[in-house]
Design a protein around this ligand. Structure first.
Ligand code: DX5
Ligand code: ZN
Length: 219
């Protein structure tokens, strides 16, 4: 089953409660929350207090994407704020295996993300430990950027490795430039969690936007 995770990066930050409630009513499966620290990526967004505030307005799982350095310092706080999934970047973790287990010990899903310039092999040694791999289809930092297709080869490779180790419930998420036109390509490659910022919150009819992406992905 393909999950749709609208990214609140493209929502109205002054009306986040109403925005996530509308996304939920419009058929979203998860709410994707982009956390940026101005170091790992050239943008600053939000922290645990906002995650906690958003949590009060939706019953959907919060999918927290940490684009921050030293993520191990903040994982407990984001989990306490209501995250159901925490994803850290492989590029930001010297001790990736330890960080993944730190997330899992909190009883939530653990994800590892890789940038467009990072090979699939960066997640190979933790694949059996994670619940999700996030393959970035833009260089993280901003919404509304153009889709980078080299990720398709990586998604296929990761799905193949997951099959080899019988990790059939591994989720593969894609993030960046996902819309009606790119959803079929990523789904065909083996991704099953689709993040969409601009393509959902940039439209006035969010239900129609979510439906269109889902239908395109499911073929
Ligand atoms: C990019 C973020 C994405 C972003 C995607 O740095 O991680 O989640 O919101 O936005 P769109 O779908 O507009 O490319
Ligand atoms: Zn993201």
């Amino acid at each position: 089953m393909i999950l749709l995770a609208p990214s609140i990066l493209s929502a109205d930050f002054a009306a986040l409660g109403a925005e996530v409630a509308e996304a939920e009513a419009s058929g979203a499966d998860w709410i994707h929350v982009d956390v940026m620290d101005g170091h790992f990526v050239p943008n600053i967004t939000l922290g645990p207090p906002i995650v906690k505030a958003v949590k009060a307005h939706t019953s959907l799982p919060l999918d927290v994407h940490l684009m921050i350095e030293n993520p191990e310092r903040y994982i407990a706080e984001f989990a306490a704020a209501g995250a159901s999934v925490i994803t850290v970047h492989a590029e930001a973790c010297v001790h990736l295996h330890r960080v993944v287990h730190q997330i899992k010990e909190l009883g939530i899903m653990a994800g590892v993300a890789i940038n467009p310039g990072t090979p699939a092999s960066a997640v190979r040694e933790v694949l059996e430990d994670v619940d999700m791999v996030l393959v970035m289809t833009v260089n993280p930092g901003f919404g509304g950027q153009a889709f980078i297709p080299n990720a398709m080869r990586k998604i296929r490779q990761i799905r193949e490795w997951a099959n080899e180790i019988n990790h059939s419930n591994l989720r593969i998420e894609v993030d960046g430039g996902v819309a009606e036109n790119t959803a079929p390509i990523v789904a065909e490659a083996g991704a099953d969690v689709l993040v969409a910022g601009n393509a959902v919150f940039g439209r006035t009819d969010r239900a129609a936007a979510i439906r269109a992406i889902r239908e395109a992905a499911e073929g």
